[in-house]
Design a protein around this ligand. Structure first.
Ligand code: IVH
Length: 675
């Protein structure tokens, strides 16, 4: 090695060690001035020898030029969410289920108790020990590529602290903002005349989702790691405690409050004690996560839907405040359900100002004896909608009046029915009701449904207010001119939205069925139906008997499907969607092509003939895997205009780099596969 290269390597190690001690161990070994001198020496060296500036260099934390948007990244191992326990009984019930499944009649289960950090879940990917990619959780299957932003967080090692790095190592954890960083950020926001963030979690999310990572670099974000994703070339640790030790050993910050608990009683005690400490931690936590320690037992327990059976979050009791109910309005949901909402005299609770609270339904109003004009206690827990916990009856005055269920829908005037079998009254207007139509469109566009990027609830409201859309089918007839007429819709956002709508034309049948918002059909039900029937036609022709033959589709759900498709308004919308060019690839596994199975491709740069998503989808349809990062297992990299660092990575690993023509050739005749 030449001597500048040797010195650069030395400086890397020194600076990595110093920041690890400073940011992770909180035990600095040199003064700031000494650190700065070493840092400047490295910068000078890299200026003189640009080839020494590697992605894991400590100088690479300052932020990169702004991005146009975030790519999406598929998680090699899905990122799960957690079930909740709100009290001691629910925690004991969780332990009972765990023991039953593990057939543990006697003795205790070992649990790891971890503070539940209130931030954003992320995944960090290291290949051959180098940090190559970081992504948000997204919907659990794929998230946003926020590598450049994560790189600016000093607590994240740019390379693993080991001489024998595994081929692939994914660490999972939470990005959050400490109270002191939050206070400093809001002070500077206000000084700059900008609105302050409502809480540290929003501030962390906003900072991590900056397209300009130089901005992220200015925000003091923290991170703690608590889990593992894909591993290659390294044994999976036997327990969660061992996994946390491994993370710490490799240079990651692990929360110091974490404890091993022998049995559920010890877990409950941990919860009590951390709650007392909560205010002194210096960062927000919204509860405790308990995880079965043994990974063998975790595997045995498995998952339900998106949440593991081996872990649970015990949330802290909600925060409360006192205020007065000004009035009550009824909101109409997607399926017509009427929800009474109290308009409150604004009050600060749990870190935010609350001016609305849900009253759930008429039974709840009766049970809690709530009247308009009452003084009430409102409660807010985590992200959930604030609710009225109870009335302060001593303060009820002569002006309090009863809350009455309207007999007609407040939006469309259709009759409201109150079926004995349901707690909520419903508007019978169906798609005739503007409120139901709007909610149906919001649901249709949402991430788990058709996933139309950029089409959030607010924009749906604006589009509907401007009479540009009535039903979901109208989304597909929107043009640029119409969209540009809306406030805050520039050329670029309009272009992106049109692209996103267009992309949704190629959704899967499962997503489409979920997106239709058929009552009683959730994501899992939709996926089952898609798998069983393979096409929309087949499903629409199915009889009740054929429907209920599917596990998990009971008579109620079957009925909802039948009546959905029997309704002429719904049929008209479905027909219009199909006419608008929605294609629903059959999802039956037999019909997925397998010519390219076993191949893994990486796409980078801009292609002229297809978007990256299209190319990705078409490769996947042919059975190939498309990955967000290059490794020695990559079959080939397809590079368009201005490709990124993936090309040099591929070259260093001897992975072929091909151009758009080669990609076109491969898609045209995959059998002739040149890769
Ligand atoms: S484990 C297998 N551990 O909570 C379960 N999550 O409600 C995956 N969170 O998305 C999550 N602290 O954002 C886990 N110590 C911790 C956590 C934690 C915070 C968040 C995380 C996750 C959410 C699930």
């Amino acid at each position: 090695m030449s001597s500048p290269a040797r010195r650069a390597a030395q400086l890397h190690t020194l600076l990595h060690d110093h920041s690890h001690r400073y940011y992770v161990l909180d035990d600095p070994s040199v003064s700031d001035a000494e650190y700065d001198a070493l840092f400047r020496e490295l910068q000078d060296l890299e200026d003189a020898h640009p080839e020494l500036q590697t992605p894991d260099s400590p100088t690479q934390r300052v932020g990169a030029p702004p991005l146009a948007g975030f790519d999406s990244v598929e998680h090699a191992v899905p990122m799960l969410s957690l079930g909740n326990a709100f009290n001691r009984e629910e925690l004991i019930e969780f332990d009972r289920r765990v023991r039953e499944r593990l057939e543990r009649d006697e003795g205790t289960v070992q649990y790891v108790a971890e503070p539940k950090l209130d931030g954003l879940a992320i995944s960090l990917r290291y290949e051959d020990g180098i940090f190559v990619q970081g992504a948000t959780r997204g919907d659990g299957r794929s998230g946003e590529n926020v590598t450049e932003n994560l790189r600016t967080i000093e607590m994240i090692p740019l390379r693993l602290r080991t001489d024998q790095p595994p081929a692939v190592f994914e660490a999972r954890g939470e990005v959050f903002m400490s109270h002191s960083a939050f206070a400093a950020l809001n002070a500077s926001m206000l000084e700059a005349g900008k609105p302050a963030f409502v809480n540290p979690r929003n501030a962390a999310a906003g900072s991590l989702r900056q397209l300009d990572s130089r901005k992220t670099a200015e925000r003091r974000l923290s991170i703690n790691l608590y889990g593992l994703g894909e591993l290659q070339g390294i044994d999976t640790p036997p327990t969660q405690m061992a996994a946390l030790d491994l993370l710490a050993e490799l240079g990651f910050p692990v929360n110091p409050e974490i404890r091993l608990c022998d049995g559920i009683e010890a877990c409950y005690e941990f919860h009590e004690s951390i709650q007392l400490k909560r205010a002194e931690l210096g960062y927000d936590i919204d509860g405790v996560v308990f995880k079965v320690d043994s990974l063998a037992e975790q595997r045995e327990l498995g998952f339900v839907s998106r949440a593991p059976r081996w872990a649970i979050a015990q949330k802290f009791p909600a925060e409360e405040a006192q205020t007065v109910i000004d009035s009550v309005e009824f909101q109409v949901g997607r399926t017509g359900a009427l929800t009474p909402v109290a308009r409150l005299v604004p009050v600060f609770v749990g870190g935010v100002t609350v001016s609305n609270a849900t009253l759930h339904n008429m039974d709840e109003i009766a049970r809690k004896d709530i009247m308009i004009g009452d003084t009430v206690i409102v409660r807010r827990a985590g992200d959930v909608i604030p609710e009225v916990a109870r009335v302060v009856l001593e303060k009820r005055g002569p002006n309090s009046r009863a809350i009455e269920l309207p007999s007609q829908c407040p939006v469309c005037g259709s009759p409201v029915v109150n079926l004995g079998t349901e707690v909520k009254a419903r508007c019978t207007g169906g798609l005739q009701c503007a409120a139901q139509r709007r909610e149906a469109i919001k649901h249709f566009a949402s991430r788990r449904a058709m996933d139309i990027d950029g089409l959030g609830d607010k924009l749906v409201e604006q589009l509907a207010d401007a009479d540009l859309i009535e039903t979901v089918a109208d989304l597909y007839t929107l043009n640029a001119e119409q969209l540009q007429s809306l406030p805050r819709m520039g050329e670029k956002s309009v272009g992106n939205l049109i692209k996103a709508i267009d992309k949704s034309r190629h959704a899967t049948l499962a997503r489409f069925l979920f997106a239709l918002g058929i009552r009683d059909i959730g994501e899992t039900g939709a996926a089952l139906l898609a798998k069983q029937f393979g096409s929309l036609d087949a499903l629409m022709q199915a009889s009740e008997e054929e429907l209920t033959r599917i596990d998990d589709i009971g008579p109620i759900a079957a009925n909802s499907i039948l009546s959905f498709f029997a309704n002429p308004d719904n049929r008209a919308v479905v027909d219009a969607l199909l006419a608008a060019g929605i294609e629903l690839p059959a999802t039956a596994s037999a019909e997925v092509d397998t010519v390219l199975s076993g191949k893994t491709y990486v796409l980078t740069g801009t292609m002229s003939r297809f978007s990256r998503d299209e190319a990705k989808k078409r490769l996947q349809q042919l059975g190939a895997k498309v990955s967000g990062s290059v490794s020695s297992k990559t079959t080939a990299v397809f590079a368009g205009e201005s490709p990124g660092s993936k090309v040099s990575k591929a070259e260093s690993l001897n992975v072929p780099v091909l151009d758009e023509n080669a990609l076109q050739a491969l898609l045209d005749s995959p059998e002739a596969d040149p890769t």
